[in-house]
Design a protein. Structure first.
Length: 614
């Protein structure tokens, strides 16, 4: 096949070694990459490994390598083209081993959102050895590329033409199929994702090529660039809009903190009456008022968070609302607060662009998790050092948003070993899916363990705010809940019409100085603790506790007001079709039709259903 000028076996061995080193990350991924972007029924299973998972990424990488080699013909050209990608092999290998998945566009976003001071701190703590190996790798790769090029290896056999022809035909078929599909859907909207423009013309066998290394790295950057363009377009549309917030004449608190939880259920919090003590630390904190009968507007992060961060009400068209009004972050900024958005979630993705749009309103943005929610990740306590820094910065008034990973599946990835208290649960690294009814007891226990760890993180946040001795208030609410086969139903995960998807923990904490300053607010909070409320109370409550005056303050929903309105609690699984949580949802939720609760583990297994996405 190959006709080298000299030493044929040495040349072929050297090129094979070069290709093997290029594909080292997907090879390392084989034993540690349990989750894949595939249909829910295959997620985390052996089928997922075959259907677009680690094996699929490795096969795609090798296939593209063969095609690239056929196109350039000469090994000299091939090694020099791939030399820049070779430098990233140690970094990608570390990432795959540490997080159990390939790097993503989100990683590029984290780097883009990080300043040089943070980067130096991050490198000295976690990546110094990896970057040193990358530098060494580059020093060795350059002479290796020069030496392989000197061997004069080239592909002159007619099989090269066969490979090129097959590749051209496959791409042409992909282009044709995509054009036909787009024509049938008449998809000419501005919302089409430019980052997928190339990928959607690939043959079906190469769908998800961005997961493959090294050829997917440019696609990851293209995806990040495309998602950023969407965010920037939204920012331009919102640029001229104002919330109209001003600081009132009274004394305002020094610190207002909003903690956004993830996939947490109100009925799994011990402070709300759960039989298990999942919140031992929160239950001992003075100045904390919990609202156990709270519901979110929708059952997915990307649709529920906009409703708690803005004044738009359930029943609103979400896509229109996203560019109609700025969020509570801008309200505090307009009122003179210095604002932070500190996140353990993602910078950009198809799920998070609306949320990222609100994060952009903050003066300071910190994204701390390199993995996102899809696999192993950094624990939420990674937020605490950044919170300390924010609280230490001189400012008359601070508004800080902490966005946690909470209890997003895989639950076992959300807490350290010492919080694996409720047993039997999921073993670390175990390949289990959220849809496996046979493992629902272990899933339920692991979920409770994640709540137990959330209790620790929230208590630490409150402790740090209290330790400042300043006038501080804090509001915590989860974006949505989680179904765990309640009543023997088939529902698992979130995004479905289940009460457990909408019931969320919500509490308010006021420091001693805040309770003394605003005794009426403290008294009213306690008087409303049993009221049926919604996430729509978050915006007006934060504004009121922060001393902010608004032209449309929705004061009737303020939890700290004397009179609290009780409008219909509209909820939706998809932010499109709305129903009344209290009167209509029970008619469609099988768990509310006279069945048992989450402790019912004895039902006959059947196929599970779940929503897709966060």
């Amino acid at each position: 096949m190959f006709l080298p000028n000299q030493r044929p076996w040495i040349a072929r061995t050297a090129l094979a070694a070069w290709i093997a080193l290029l594909t080292l990350p997907p090879i390392l991924a084989l034993p540690v990459w349990p989750w894949a972007d595939v249909a829910p029924q295959f997620s985390g299973s052996r089928d997922a490994l075959l259907r677009g998972g680690a094996l699929g990424a490795l096969a795609a990488s090798l296939l593209i390598t063969v095609v690239a080699l056929a196109l350039v013909r000469r090994a000299t050209i091939f090694v020099w083209i791939t030399l820049p990608l070779m430098v990233f092999v140690p970094i990608e290998s570390w990432y795959v081993y540490h997080y159990g998945q390939p790097s993503t566009a989100h990683v590029i976003g984290v780097i883009a959102e990080t300043n040089w001071g943070e980067l130096r701190e991050f490198v000295t703590g976690r990546l110094l050895l990896v970057l040193a190996l990358a530098a060494l790798y580059a020093l060795l790769a350059i002479p290796a590329a020069w030496w392989i090029g000197r061997l004069g290896l080239r592909w002159d056999h007619r099989s090269r033409l066969w490979v090129v022809a097959a590749a051209v035909l496959a791409v042409a078929a992909g282009v044709g199929a995509s054009l036909v599909e787009e024509a049938s859907h008449n998809d000419t909207s501005a919302d089409a994702d430019p980052s997928r423009a190339f990928a959607r013309f690939l043959p079906p066998q190469l769908d998800g090529l961005e997961r493959a290394f090294p050829w997917g790295v440019p696609l990851r950057y293209a995806e990040y660039a495309g998602q950023r363009r969407k965010i920037e377009r939204g920012m331009r549309e919102l640029a001229s809009r104002r919330v109209g917030a001003t600081l009132g004449a009274g004394i305002a608190p020094t610190n207002v903190i909003l903690v956004i939880g993830e996939t947490a259920r109100s009925d799994r919090f011990g402070i709300n009456g759960y039989t298990r003590d999942t919140t031992p630390q929160l239950s001992r904190i003075e100045g904390l008022v919990s609202f156990p009968d709270a519901v979110s507007a929708t059952a997915a992060s990307r649709t529920s968070i906009p409703f708690l961060l803005t004044r738009m009400q359930p029943g609103t068209n979400l896509m229109t609302a996203l560019v109609t009004e700025k969020s509570i972050v801008s309200a505090f900024s307009e009122a003179g607060y210095r604002t932070w958005w500190i996140s353990n979630q993602m910078t950009v993705s198809e799920w998070d662009n609306g949320i990222s749009l609100y994060a952009e309103e903050a003066d300071v943005r910190r994204y701390l998790n390199l993995a996102g929610f899809g696999g192993r990740s950094d624990y939420d306590e990674v937020l605490l050092p950044e919170l300390d820094r924010a609280l230490a910065i001189p400012a008359q008034h601070r508004f800080i948003v902490l966005h946690t990973l909470g209890s997003h599946f895989n639950y076992r990835n959300r807490y350290p070993d010492e919080f694996d208290r409720f047993q039997p649960s999921i073993a670390r690294g175990e390949r289990v899916t959220i849809f496996d009814r046979d493992r629902r007891e272990q899933l339920s226990n692991a979920y409770d363990n994640s709540i137990l760890y959330t209790d620790k993180v929230l208590a630490d946040v409150i402790s740090r705010a209290g330790a400042t001795g300043e006038d501080s208030v804090l509001v915590y609410i989860a974006d949505h809940g989680e179904a765990l086969f309640e009543g023997g139903c088939d529902n698992a995960g979130h995004g479905v019409a289940s009460a457990s998807n909408f019931r969320v923990p919500l509490f308010v904490w006021m420091s001693p100085k805040a309770r003394l300053r605003d005794q009426d607010a403290w008294r009213h909070l306690q008087s409303h603790r049993a009221a049926p409320v919604t996430s729509g109370s978050v915006f007006p409550t934060l504004a009121a506790l922060g001393g902010i005056v608004l032209p449309r303050d929705r004061r009737e929903l303020n939890l700290a007001s004397e009179r609290l309105a009780r409008p219909p609690r509209l909820v939706s699984g998809d932010s499109t079709h709305w129903m009344d949580f209290d009167t209509q949802l029970p008619k469609v939720d099988c768990a509310l039709r006279g069945r048992d609760t989450a402790t019912d583990f004895g039902s006959t297994p059947s196929r599970a259903t779940a929503g897709v996405g966060p």
